[in-house]
Design a protein around this ligand. Structure first.
Ligand SMILES: C[S@@+](CC[C@H](N)C(=O)[O-])C[C@H]1O[C@@H](n2cnc3c(N)ncnc32)[C@H](O)[C@@H]1O
Length: 364
């Protein structure tokens, strides 16, 4: 298959993974307001209309003559569009691709996206962390023999580790967390779970596909009884969650689609608990020239054609390719994360910089 052979050529010529550290800038952490998610088993709707700018932060201001006439603009692939237009168009793209999204990911990347997502999972440390959390909970229950899991919580165990996967789409990343934390097993033996995984996405179509995949794969108890897995509609720029709610925030192949990246980074910081961790897996900039040429050739010539052949939708896949080229460089994203308040920011290139994982911490 053409994609598979191109993908393996790309892997062969890709340089080894490289991690770069950047100096972290200390910042004052905002007032602590420990307010863990209490709305278990409830599906959220964004508290703000998706097109409305948040009262928490202002949208980009006009900075060109044209933008004073037509309002602030941004890019949609290689085209310049108004801010509202971008959000509408991105929504349309993912509405169009929702049903074919998972198949197309395999076609376009020759299966590589699975490897990148598995690497992201390893970097989050969710598997080992879940073991520690579950062990600690069972020791607590054993030490207080009267205290059963969930006593005092209306029969529900208190959530000790909460994960938010933003722009989570059809659930690929969240399902890895559920597997690593053994939430499915737990849902078959208990009515509650100390670990919670929330998928948040702006697009109800992507969430619909994700939720139906989750029911098929894990059964319904995880969604309706233990509520260890939730699907919530919301915009990364003004998430429908309380401040200081999550231990881990991930966003995979989502940040470049968000209209105002800085606003999304600030909101990620807001919803993380102090000491919480942010990880972003995103297409990035290839560092090796011959690989960059091969990758350009493949992206611009093959991917839109594949979109046409498999999903009967060339334009959406043309946008995906262009949006990757317009997204900021590895170093720019480090600096934007630091500006949002994250500390210990670093990135890891994979497959020669075709993708990169950026990570940072919300300080205590
Ligand atoms: C390329 S998909 C990635 C899905 C999933 N994370 C994965 O890796 O398979 C991008 C997702 O970002 C979502 N998205 C775009 N803009 C968003 C926003 N402002 N807030 C939340 N989600 C957004 C889209 O609806 C889409 O589901």
């Amino acid at each position: 298959m053409v994609t598979a052979s191109l993908a393996s050529a790309i892997i062969r010529s890709a340089s080894a993974q490289c991690t770069q550290r950047s100096s972290s800038i200390s910042r004052l952490s905002p007032a602590l307001n420990a307010n863990p998610l209490g709305n278990r088993c409830r599906h959220y709707f964004s508290s703000l209309p998706n097109d409305a700018p948040s009262s928490r932060s202002s949208p980009s201001q006009p900075n060109t003559i044209e933008s004073y006439v037509s309002g602030p603009t941004t890019h949609f692939g290689f085209t310049s569009v108004s801010i509202n237009e971008k959000e509408r168009k991105v929504r349309q793209v993912f509405e169009n691709v929702a049903d074919n999204y998972d198949v197309m990911n395999d076609f376009m990347s020759g299966g590589l996206h699975r490897y990148w997502k598995d690497e992201l999972l390893k970097m989050t440390g969710v598997g080992p962390m879940a073991k520690v959390v579950r062990r600690r909970a069972s020791l607590n229950y054993a030490a207080n023999s009267d205290l059963k899991s969930g006593d005092g919580m209306n029969g529900k165990a208190a959530v000790l580790f909460s994960i938010l996967d933003v722009a989570g789409g059809t659930g690929d990343i969240a399902f890895r967390f559920v597997d690593a934390a053994k939430c499915e097993e737990r849902s078959k033996s208990s009515g509650s779970d100390e670990i919670s995984v929330t998928v948040c996405d702006i697009n109800p179509e992507m969430l619909r596909v994700g939720e139906s995949r989750a029911r098929k794969r894990f059964g319904s108890a995880i969604l309706d009884e233990t509520c260890a897995l939730k699907f919530v509609e919301g915009n990364a720029q003004y998430l429908p969650f309380d401040d200081n709610s999550f231990d881990l925030y991930t966003i995979a192949f989502g940040l470049r689609n968000v209209t105002d990246v800085d606003m999304a980074l600030r909101d990620a910081y807001r919803v993380l608990k102090p000491g919480g961790r942010f990880l972003c897996l995103e297409f990035s900039h290839v560092t090796n020239l011959p690989l960059a040429k091969l990758y350009d050739l493949y992206s611009f010539n093959v991917i839109p054609q594949l979109g046409q052949m498999v999903a009967n939708d060339r334009d959406s896949y043309q946008y995906l390719v262009e949006s990757i080229r317009k997204f900021c460089t590895q170093e720019e994203l480090v600096s934007r994360m630091e500006t949002a308040g994250f500390e210990g920011v670093q990135f890891t290139n994979m497959t020669g910089g075709i993708v990169a994982v950026h990570e940072g911490w919300k300080p205590l």
